[in-house]
Design a protein around this ligand. Sequence first.
Ligand SMILES: NC(=O)c1ccc[n+]([C@@H]2O[C@H](COP(=O)([O-])OP(=O)(O)OC[C@H]3O[C@@H](n4cnc5c(N)ncnc54)[C@H](O)[C@@H]3O)[C@@H](O)[C@H]2O)c1
Ligand SMILES: [Zn+2]
Length: 366
Amino acid sequence: MGKDIIVNYDHQPCYEIKIRDSFDELSRSIQLMNEREYLRICIVTDTNVESLYLKEVLLKLSIDYPDTYITSFTFEAGEGSKNLDTVNRLYQKLINDGFGRKDLLIALGGGVVGDLTGFTAATYLRGIDFVQIPTTLLSQVDSSIGGKTGVDFDQYKNMVGAFYMPQLVFINTSVLKSLPSVQISSGMGEVIKYGIIRDFEFYEWLDSNVEQVKALNNEAIEYVIYKSCMNKKEVVEEDPKEDGIRATLNFGHTIGHAIEKLSNFSLYHGQCVGIGMIAAAYISMKRGIVTEGEFFTIMNILDSYDVCPTLPALDANNIIAATKHDKKMEGDTIKFILIKGIGISYIDKTVTDNEMKEAIDYIFSI
Ligand SMILES: NC(=O)c1ccc[n+]([C@@H]2O[C@H](COP(=O)([O-])OP(=O)(O)OC[C@H]3O[C@@H](n4cnc5c(N)ncnc54)[C@H](O)[C@@H]3O)[C@@H](O)[C@H]2O)c1
Ligand SMILES: [Zn+2]
């Protein structure tokens, strides 16, 4: 049972993604990831995940690492904690506990915990080892892979960060059972994205296995996570620093991010990506590079997985203005991701405000 994926960086094997359905192999996987014997381990988590899984992980590690000092650091759950104040408190804890360069941080939680722990690991003593244990669907299929770490600064999302690779990504699929269903739907937004931008076969599989996936059937969910991780791995291996092809992972994110921001983060990330994907597919259809039939299957699959929420009242011009502040800008042009049919995406720098306006009007009309 389980699947292993090796992720390369600079054409060298860099870290492994292990997909399992329990924490049983966690300690062994940490032992196998390199030659190091850690004297200290700090598990970083948030208030929700602490009450669900911290005890179990702590217990497993303390049995298998009897001579290691194992401690934990918990912060308030939510995007509001993903900032330098929390990083500061974590630095303090690490200094007080005498953490050195050869010790280990473990991120136990969703994307917020992963991004913050990764950034702390990247910067504490110029870099210490860290392990990702992603516990949301979104973090298992997306944020824990690829080495992007960071925190928000004032109102700017992910403004301060670093590319920094984990030593291991350990995915326990059974933790998804405690995740609210809206978080599963949000994660499915990013999963479906892989199918639309580069993997038609996966897209068709997702379309035919809605019930099994939604029921979190073991085999189905393992397959979803495996295929998503493989897609992300292939893209980040080819373009680790987003100089080119990695930008296609931002399909649905230009308008999605703008809506996420204007809704004051009351909508989940993957939900906004879902709405943004409809808008991007709509623009592609209007340009005649996607057929009406393809466009409607995209609408249908997002609907089957309940990805898109009811939108709050937002002004189309404000959404367009917000897209201009996106980090995906290059000079004055937006790097928009469009599709030429399902499974093929490309970067387009010619999308006009009028095209966006029409697409936004459409998403508010459905
Ligand atoms: N680094 C990257 O490449 C990358 C990519 C995409 C998103 N992100 C970042 O990821 C973050 C979003 O991640 P997220 O959606 O995982 O959000 P999150 O970390 O806030 O988790 C969502 C909620 O689920 C709770 N939770 C986590 N695991 C649970 C479980 N198993 N059972 C019950 N509740 C659980 C959390 O406490 C939280 O309240 C954003 O900050 C975003 O910027 C990073
Ligand atoms: Zn995303």
